[in-house]
Design a protein. Structure first.
Length: 106
């Protein structure tokens, strides 16, 4: 992947401990890495569930392995102020690029 193709700001987050404001800690999403990459829409569909309209979007994210050496399914991606559950994470292009598929969370 060429550097010029990476025009989207993508944040990868993991669960971590953050101060709760009263001297303790609580579990919340914390930034693992913030990188330039490419977001590619794979599918978008609308459906009715329990008489309520919902939308589902799946995107493919590509970014360089050297910037984020570890991506796990327990992490999430934040892109355009939306959170995406990671469905798969595979290194491609001779281990140079991460190919990550994510589904928007509700």
């Amino acid at each position: 992947m060429k550097l010029g193709d990476m025009t989207h700001k993508i944040s990868i987050q993991k669960k971590g401990s953050v101060p709760d404001g009263i001297g303790g800690e609580e579990s919340d999403w914390v930034d693992h890495a913030s990188v330039w990459g490419k977001a590619i829409p794979l599918s978008s569909r609308e459906f009715f569930q329990q008489q309520k309209e919902q939308a589902e979007s799946i995107l493919e994210f590509r970014f360089r392995v050297c910037e984020v050496p570890v991506v796990k399914l327990s992490m999430q991606i934040v892109y355009n102020s939306e959170e995406y559950d990671i469905l798969s994470a595979d290194p491609v292009d001779n281990m140079q690029t991460w190919l990550v598929r994510g589904k928007v969370t509700k």
